[in-house]
Write a protein that binds this ligand. Structure first.
Ligand SMILES: [Zn+2]
Length: 287
């Protein structure tokens, strides 16, 4: 059965709001949907920071029936390149060590934005910090921009096409290859701090990282990153692999997670972001 015809899951442990550079909905949207759909738990897993935590606390007071797991999604560099790691069960009081890491990633996001602006300028196009700010304002509220600064932008390829800088998505890929963006921090510098604060870490949507079902590579990455779990259910993971990853988890005593990776309210997106993902749409098993 295809994913759209499957029943909705009873939990969604991979969600982004406009506190992520590529999200455009509010924290409250997910709490409201979780209540409507009677979900057992949600996890808002912003990219690189827990800047949405105050909004989450406020929403959880308004929707006390919705259980949330304080979480974050960190992208780190390892032997296979950049990998997304979900950290679940974060403390509500963010330790200094973690806050320093978050600040490092806020800076990374601004540096990444600057790298795009610099690269485009060198190629003869106008893509200043101010252009980026205008684009960010289309989908991120002022307080978010104030906290994180003028970061990299979601949807810039569409903007480049509209501006006549490039003609197609393929051109955008070529352009990206020409522009050197900073590397994400190394896994070994980042992940131990998250384990120290008590979080459990899971490798996110691993189809590509695992070369689909390359067990040797799965073992190597488990060794290298010491993850305790795998996001087995996600709409980027073919169903047969969901079962394969779940079996691997059972065999090695890892926890399994599932999430939709929603970035927007598909019925009401501020800009076209991740509307293919649908809240609570994944085939993770109940337990
Ligand atoms: Zn994500």
């Amino acid at each position: 059965m295809e994913l759209k015809k499957q029943p909705l899951a009873s939990y969604d442990l991979h969600l982004h709001t406009f506190w992520s550079y590529d999200g455009c909905t509010s924290v409250e949207y997910y709490f409201q949907r979780a209540l409507e759909l009677k979900l057992r738990a949600i996890a808002i897993t912003e990219h690189f920071t827990m800047d949405s935590l105050p909004d989450i606390i406020t929403a959880s007071k308004k929707y006390p029936a919705v259980r949330f797991i304080p979480s974050v999604e960190m992208t780190v560099t390892c032997s296979v390149g950049a990998v997304d790691i979900l950290c679940f069960g974060m403390p509500l009081e963010i330790p200094t060590e973690i806050e320093e890491i978050f600040e490092r990633y806020r800076q990374w996001q601004r540096d990444c934005g600057e790298a795009f602006s610099r690269g485009m300028t060198e190629l003869g196009f106008n893509y200043s910090k101010n252009e980026r700010l205008k684009l960010l304002k289309k989908y991120r509220p002022a307080n978010v921009i104030e906290k994180q600064g003028v970061t990299h932008v979601y949807g810039q390829s569409a903007y480049f096409i509209n501006a006549g800088y490039i003609k197609s998505g393929d051109d955008a890929k070529l352009l990206k290859e020409k522009i050197r963006i900073p590397e994400y921090p190394q896994a070994r510098e980042i992940l131990p701090a998250f384990k120290r604060c008590g979080a459990l870490i899971a490798i996110a949507h691993p189809t590509h990282y695992f070369n689909r079902n390359d067990i040797e590579r799965m073992d190597e990455l488990r060794d290298e990153l010491s993850f305790e779990g795998i996001e087995c259910a996600h709409d980027l993971i073919p169903m047969e692999l969901t079962h394969f990853y779940r079996d691997y988890c059972l065999k090695h005593g890892l926890f399994s997670s599932g999430g939709s990776d929603s970035h927007s309210d598909p019925d009401n997106p501020k800009i076209h972001i991740g509307t293919q993902h649908e809240f609570a749409r994944h085939i993770g098993e109940q337990e």
